[in-house]
Structure formats: C-alpha cells, structure tokens
Design a protein around this ligand. Structure first.
Ligand SMILES: [Zn+2]
Length: 267
C-alpha cells in the first residue's frame, strides 16, 4: 500500500515539529538511485548548509523549502520512509542536521524519489494534480463527478481528478457511503455525491487523527506504526463479516487494484 494523504500529512506535521528551522550540514548517500534530479554531486553541494524553512504537502508529495531558494521534493511511493532521529543503518540517503541528528530516507524497494528543484510548482507531478478534498466544496465535487462514466472507485484514486486518495481510503469512504465501488460516477444521485464527499473528508480526518494506516512499510517519523488499521471497515477485511450487516466482505479486482466492499451494504 502506498502512503496516502493521511500518512503523508502525519509525516508533514511531525517534520514541522522535529526539523523545521534546522540546517542540513551534510548528506550521506548510501544508494543514489532514489535521487532523481540533479546528479548526486550537485544534489549534495546544493543542499549542504541550507536551512529547512517550510514544509508542505501536495497530494502524496512532501516538499521541504530550503533557505537556498531550492526545494527538496520527497515522494515515498511504495516503501519510502522518513525517520527521525535516524541512524543511517537502512537509509538510502541521510541528512545530517545542525542538531547532530540524522533524518533518514529509507526505501526498501527503491521506487521513492528525491528531487532538488528551483521551483516545486513546476514539477510535472504537481501540474498533474487535481484539487484536494479539503480545498473544495461539496457543490464543486458534484460538478466534477457529473459526466464521468468511469467507475467511481478508480476515479477517486485518479490523482488528476482528486489528489491524496488511494486504494485504501477510496474503499473505506465508499463503504461508509454505501456506494458500490463499480458504480459509474455519473450514475450517483446528488444525495449520494454529497454523502460520499462528506465521508471522504471524515475518513481522511479520522485517519490523520490516528496517524495513518501501517499496512506495509509506512511508519510515522518516529519509526512507529500508524494506528488506523484497527478502524478499517472493509480494507484488508476480506472473508470477515461486515461490521454493519455481517455479510462476508468481498475482495475483487477493479481497475487492476484489489477492492474490498460489502455486497449487501454497498449498492
Ligand atoms: Zn454490510
């Protein structure tokens, strides 16, 4: 499972408490593959001695704005982790900070991305992002769904349509809205659209409160697991009774992704 909005937001908030205002005094590279731009020598040279001035999250992307004017964009992808204080024992790249501690970027499968750029707004990733659920109103969400024949779950996961939601929170929000993941988006009634929008925001908020869901590799900045898995209503609950109606929760494949739902509650 790729970290989604609640997991990345958790790390962002923890980074603000832990590393904001600190200077990066050195960069330790154990595997340069995660550095996507520029090349490793320039990457190190241009990060060294800059202060972390601001920390942002855009969709699933973290951005550290530096005093040099450059920004370090971090995409965790499937198995990326940021850990502080780290020890560089498993890290691909570690940042040595002015407090003497390390900020580790771990990434077992090496899909993660570090980019040092002049202007993060010009990143291709950023330009392809749709709005975040917390940045729009219900009416706008309804307009966005109108005319979309795509099945609703893959549509919610499409970052160009709406940013921050992936497989896990799409499944949870649809269950809470009692909407089948396979319904065409433009088939939803206005009432269903309003309910879905509310449940998306409530699910994300609750997951942030519980510091995200640790399914595979995701951990909080401290290295400890997020707590939200025990509150999942359908995700990962295949074969178990629905918490509402006791029907067995099913898992199918939709848009190439494992999809959990209750065939009785969700229509
Ligand atoms: Zn049910």
């Amino acid at each position: 499972m790729m970290p989604e909005l609640p997991e990345v937001e958790t790390i962002k908030r923890e980074l603000e408490k832990a590393v904001l205002g600190k200077k990066i005094i050195d960069v330790i590279i154990n595997n340069p593959r995660v550095i996507r731009e520029p090349n490793r020598d320039v990457f190190v040279k241009e990060i060294k001695n800059s202060v972390i001035k601001n920390i942002l999250r855009k969709g699933k992307l973290l951005i550290l704005e530096l005093s040099s004017g450059k920004s370090l964009a971090v995409h965790l992808k499937m198995t990326g982790q940021l850990v502080y204080p780290g020890d560089a024992s498993q890290s691909r790249v570690s940042f040595k900070l002015s407090d003497g501690k390390l900020l580790d970027f771990n990434d077992r499968r090496l899909f993660g991305e570090l980019r040092l750029v002049d202007d993060w707004k010009e990143l291709k990733f950023i330009q392809g992002l749709g709005p975040e659920p917390f940045d729009i109103e219900s009416d706008k969400f309804k307009v966005m769904l109108a005319g979309k024949k795509t099945k609703v779950k893959p549509l919610l996961m499409d970052q160009a349509f709406l940013s921050g939601i992936g497989n896990l929170y799409a499944a949870e929000a649809l269950f809470r809205s009692r909407i089948s993941p396979a319904r065409p988006a433009n088939d939803l009634t206005d009432k269903e659209k309003e309910l879905l929008f509310k449940e998306i925001k409530d699910t994300l908020k609750e997951a942030i409160q519980h510091k995200g869901s640790s399914i595979d590799q995701y951990v909080q900045l401290s290295g400890t697991a997020g707590d939200y898995v025990k509150y999942h209503k359908v995700y990962g609950r295949e074969g178990k009774p629905c918490l509402v109606c006791k029907t067995i929760v099913k898992r199918t494949s939709l848009g190439g992704r494992g999809t959990y739902f209750c065939p009785h509650c969700q229509k």
